[in-house]
Structures are given as structure tokens and as C-alpha cells.
Write a protein that binds this ligand. Sequence first.
Ligand code: MLT
Length: 210
Amino acid sequence: MTELSHLHRFVSASEPGKPPILLLHGTGGDEDDLLPLGRAVAPGSALLSPRGKVLENGMSRFFRRLAEGVFDEVDLRHRANELADFVAEAQETYGIDPPIGVGFSNGANIAAALLLLRPEALSGAALLRAMVPLSEPPVADLQDKPVLILSGAADPIVPAANAGRLAKLLASAGAGVEHRTLPVGHGLSQPDVLITKEWIGRRSVASGSR
Ligand code: MLT
């Protein structure tokens, strides 16, 4: 594994012209967790999968929280910037374009924060069970960034109104948002995989693979 600022896995692209993917795991996951999901939703793409640097009772996360769904926003801003710097380092090291973020739960929340705070880090994002990450989000320019939000109608962690606010927030910043609510809970389901795969399949690499 190449030494960069986050422990991570990198899988090279096996097909040209496929967008690179940044995989962001949920609470308690690690850099290996979402590799199978990445292969399923983006076959042939390069996969970049970092491990979150924060530990909560031994479980890795991408930023600190004060309670479930209540975020330490100072830490969140710091960690989002740190992660964006890692993505830039990885782009340089591995010769990839800005990736599409594919995040689940805590990983979806840091991906949403990346879009708002460091939009250059991602070419788009699939946010699986995401919430509004910041109470006072900056005015971001997300023109032309495609965003998929998949929510669960029976999700006990993410209230439907919160996911709806996230969709509006990103759309008002110019992102092309597709928000779907599935008849599932917080966990990932087969429809998440199929919809995300189809959505990524519609993304073309604007500047081609380097
Ligand atoms: C978070 O902390 O990002 C959300 O509560 C989701 C979770 O990780 O459980």
C-alpha cells in the first residue's frame, strides 16, 4: 500500500473511460469494507477507499459526532478538508481524475460535506442514507455535479425531512440531484446497488482517464 495521509486501498481501473470512485464507509467500517460494493456499482473503475481517521469506541468514522445524528461540526469541517487533501494526493499519485464519491451513512455524510466545503474533490456523489452535514453550510457552486441520494423510508437514523433538506440544499447550489426513497431501513439493499450502478453507468468521464 502506498503511504498517503489516510490508510487506504487503491484498485486500478481495468477498463478505460470509467470514472474513478471514492468509497466512503459507514461507522465501524474500514478501507476493505466497500470494495465489493465498488466493484458491483462501478465495474472496471478505479477504486480509492480510505479508512476514516476518527475512532468511536474502537469503530472507525470520518468525523466525530456528539450523539447519533448530532455532529461535531468543527471536527467535521477539519476532517472534510483533510479528506479532500488526501483525494488530491491520491489523484496525483495514481493519476486519476476527480472521483465520484460513493458513501454510505457516515461516509455519505462526509461526502455531502466534501461537496459543500471542497467541491473540487469530487466530480459527483452517490449518497446512501445521507443527512444534512452542516447546520450553516457555505454557499457552494455545484453546477454540473451529479448527485444521487438514496434514502430509506423506514430509516431510524435519517429522518425523511432531513434527507429532503439535503436534496434541496445541493440542488439550490446547482447540483443535478436525483433523490429516491426506497422501502428499506438504514442498511444497504439490493435496490441501492442496482440504482447506483445504473446511475454511475450514465456518468461519462468529462476529461477521460489520465
Ligand atoms: C453519522 O454519524 O454520520 C450518522 O449518525 C450516521 C452513522 O454513522 O450512524
